[in-house]
Design a protein around this ligand. Structure first.
Ligand code: CDP
Length: 210
């Protein structure tokens, strides 16, 4: 099996930006696993269903098609909360597991999500748990929305980030928790360049990766 780099952490901690840069650096494919849950939630909403309903959500996860992952409506408050709702359902997680494992197995990969180092690739050579204060993460998510021309309230966005984290941490199916052998990277005071440099330092020092 190729090199697997697992990147987990709470919402808007900077996992995606970091994962993309690490993938380019190590010449590995990248999978944003959040898209699988977002696209599942979207399918349920499209059909007028309830994302928290297990049979409906599981059927949507099983019916997922590659094109679903490139939809333009996978971000924003409604998509965020539908993703988190379907993600707490064990049948949904089971339906999405094989795809994630086969994506990484042959050539290696960088994957980001909530359970990559704990469930999807527990034997990954390198695991990073990326965090930041809730205020910093709320601010980042708010700036992303602004950049898309979506006018949102900062306090509300931060509150939504906290609610989703709580839901992701408290669920029984693959809760958001650092793997025992994960290296922690707090990006509260780091911009994207500094976070990338710190991640490379950690991987070099603790996992011998160049
Ligand atoms: O980009 P952001 O950090 O806000 O979220 P995301 O990584 O796209 O994930 C959206 C939601 O999908 C999360 O709140 C989780 O509930 C769920 N998720 C998960 O349960 N497991 C993963 N491996 C990835 C995402």
């Amino acid at each position: 099996m190729g090199l697997i780099i697992a990147i987990d952490g709470p919402a808007a901690a900077g996992k995606g930006t970091l994962a993309r840069r690490l993938a380019a650096h190590f010449g590995l494919p990248y999978l944003d696993t959040g898209l699988l849950y977002r696209a599942t939630g979207r399918r349920v909403l499209d059909a007028g269903g309830e994302p928290a309903d297990p049979p409906t959500a599981e059927a949507a996860a099983r019916a997922l098609q590659p094109d679903d992952l490139s939809r333009s409506d996978l971000r924003g408050p409604q998509a965020d909360s539908a993703a988190s709702a379907v993600a707490s359902i064990p049948g949904v997680r089971a339906a999405l597991l094989d795809f994630q494992r086969s994506f990484g197995t042959e050539r290696g990969a960088v994957l980001d999500g909530r359970d990559i180092g704990t469930i999807v690739f527990p034997a990954a050579k390198a695991k990073l748990f990326v965090t930041a204060s809730a205020e910093a993460r709320g601010q980042r998510r708010w700036l992303e929305l602004q950049a898309k021309g979506i006018d949102a309230d900062l306090a509300e966005v931060t509150a939504q980030v906290r609610v989703r984290d709580q839901q992701d941490r408290d669920r029984t199916a693959a809760p958001l928790v650092p793997a025992a052998d994960a290296l922690t990277l707090d990006t509260t005071a780091l911009d994207a360049d500094a976070a990338f440099a710190c991640a490379l330092d950690l991987l070099r020092a603790h996992r011998g990766l160049g």
